[in-house]
Design a protein around this ligand. Structure first.
Ligand code: NAG
Ligand code: NAG
Ligand code: NAG
Ligand code: NAG
Length: 528
């Protein structure tokens, strides 16, 4: 117990020193390595690509635009941007065009059956992007694991079924990190996905292909899943909206890897999109019958809510570890809320946030269930990460370094198991504290991540920075990721909007308001 505590204290000290001394140095080196050929995607000009899914659905239904025209516009955009960003790893363009034509003849024919009514199929003809880790019939479901190359899904995940019923047409599947357990989307099967605002930078992960292709205009809505920030980090690094749904509402089945035990509690499937107004209807559809657990139809009076803001996790010994530009963007959002609703956003410091990483890991690794090393072996065997590391050093491993590192981390975590108990208790206390603070009408604003989109491979120097998002997986709370414009370098900024359990409607409503007031997503090509 004592040794584990000392070990953690040392780790924390090293990370802090790293942040202060080594960061500027490594930043400079990464800049030299990656910035040479950095570029961004061309601006989106086709007006079809600049409308919300909600709006597109209306226009298709009212026959102002053909479903096939919409589908072709997105396919063209994917063909333009994908050679630059490598986000899309498989497509069903031909089938999607056929399905869009079928929607057109259905709507042209008038006389719709109940199944295709606006009520039952609100999003008839809208194109959808899907994270490759979700089963979409006929498409690969490998999660970037090399040995699963060529594995095709034979059925649809529940969320895919629900969205298809609502009329959407899946047309692409997108890249992830290896086994969806790292925040850079790169693997030996599909390569590396690049940030549409600066190709020297990461897109985040694991739903990184989704974040990227939506931000780049190649799709307007997508499906992501989030066990430590896998929706919110890519949404943040790519400047779009994403929502981590309250625990246990949206069905998680049909994903690989598919959590089996406590880790299921951490996982949340949810929408990713460019326009805030699409979040609610998407969530409504994806939740299926469980949508009843939420209050999505309730009107939200944003002026009557309680607001809190917290600027960092308090975990750094010497200084705040959140980028000053991100802090400033959050303050700007606070000022907007205060002025718009004539109220005060209260600053809070919750000291247990300091143990975000420990609480997340305690829950993750106390769960039993399939181990990461078993997933690495595609559940047909267990990969030993130590020889794998040696193989990696000589360029012979089939796995990425982050995956090997996670496998090794898993072994060490077993050693720290004795402290898990303590942090699980801390987690319960924090749950109670937040429940009292937020009640049924409270909102907390919190950074999404300490840094702006890092360079490729740079996340390996900050392996634990995902704890800013991971904490809320451990807590099970709903969080909307909200974009807040671009930094001086032209990189997306944003923050998390957090509510108490099953109050997703509050954070979704605030995200819409902030999009209206502060601009939301930014067209990537339009910056200097
Ligand atoms: C994130 O990374 C920075 C830079 O290495 C470091 O200063 C900071 O402590 C890290 N934050 C967390 C929560 O690990
Ligand atoms: C992925 O594809 C394989 C092979 O068809 C299938 O057995 C498996 O069920 C699929 N995964 C999911 C999550 O559906
Ligand atoms: C704002 O709130 C304050 C205190 O609640 C009140 O005195 C003031 O009249 C309000 N201003 C407006 C413009 O509503
Ligand atoms: C860079 C890279 O490896 N891109 C690959 C992404 O995935 C597609 C589909 O499997 C490949 O054709 C690309 O080569």
């Amino acid at each position: 117990m004592k040794i584990a505590r000392i070990f953690r204290a040392i780790l924390r000290l090293i990370l802090t020193l790293f942040g202060l001394i080594l960061n500027p140095l490594t930043g400079f080196i990464f800049h030299l390595v990656y910035d040479k050929n950095a570029r961004k995607v061309p601006p989106i000009q086709n007006e079809i690509l600049l409308q919300s899914a909600t709006r597109l659905a209306q226009r298709i239904r009212q026959r102002e635009v053909k479903a096939v025209t919409v589908m072709e516009a997105f396919i063209d955009r994917v063909k333009t941007v994908n050679p630059i960003v490598n986000a899309v790893v498989a497509n069903r363009f031909d089938e999607a065009i056929k399905e869009a034509r079928a929607v057109d003849s259905l709507l042209d024919g008038g006389d719709l059956s109940e199944e295709y009514s606006e009520n039952k199929a609100p999003w008839l003809g809208v194109p959808l992007s899907v994270k490759e880790a979700f089963a979409l019939s006929g498409m690969p479901n490998s999660s970037g694991l090399l040995v699963r190359q060529g594995t095709l899904a034979t059925s649809d995940a529940s969320v895919v079924v629900s969205l298809k019923k609502a009329g959407v047409i899946p047309f692409i599947v997108t890249n992830t990190s290896e086994l969806c357990m790292w925040y850079e989307s790169a693997n030996h099967l599909y390569g590396r996905t690049k940030n549409p605002y600066d190709t020297a930078r990461i897109v985040g992960g694991s739903s990184g292909g989704e974040g990227c292709i939506i931000a780049a205009g190649g799709a307007v809505i997508g499906i992501g899943s989030d066990i430590g920030g896998s929706i919110r980090m890519p949404a943040f690094f790519c400047g779009i909206f994403g929502h981590r749904t309250s625990k246990g509402v949206v069905p998680n089945d049909g994903q690989f890897p598919s959590p089996t035990a406590n880790d299921m509690d951490l996982l949340s499937t949810g929408p990713m999109c460019r326009y805030a107004e699409d979040l609610k209807p998407m969530l409504q559809i994806m939740a299926g019958n469980n949508a009843r657990m939420l209050k999505l139809d309730q009107k939200v009076d944003l002026g009557s809510l309680k607001y809190y803001t917290m600027e960092d996790d308090g975990g750094s010994l010497l200084a705040s570890n959140v980028d000053p530009q991100l802090k400033e963007a959050q303050i700007k959002a606070v000022i907007y809320i205060e002025q718009n609703f004539n109220l005060t956003v209260k600053k809070v410091k919750l000291h247990r946030f300091k143990y975000s990483l420990e609480m997340w890991s305690a829950l993750m690794y106390s769960s039993g269930g399939t181990s990461f090393c078993e997933y690495m072996g595609n559940m047909e065997g267990v990969v030993n990460p130590f020889p794998e590391l040696l193989k990696w050093l000589v360029g012979r491993s089939k796995h990425t370094l982050p995956a090997i590192g996670l496998g090794i981390g898993e072994k060490f975590d077993a050693l720290l198991a004795s402290t898990n108990e303590k942090f699980l208790k801390c987690l319960e206390e924090l749950k109670t504290e937040l429940k009292e603070l937020l009640g049924e009408d409270g909102i907390l604003l919190y950074p999404s991540h300490p840094l702006l989109a890092p360079y490729h491979n740079e996340p390996m120097l900050h392996p634990f920075n995902f704890s800013y998002t991971g904490l809320f997986n451990a807590l099970g709370l709903p969080v909307t990721q909200c974009p807040l414009g671009l930094s001086s370098e032209g990189l997306p900024m944003g923050m998390q909007i957090i509510c108490s359990m099953f109050n997703d409607h509050l954070s979704l409503a605030l995200a819409r308001e902030l999009e209206h007031g502060l601009g939301g997503w930014t067209n990537p090509g339009h910056i200097a």
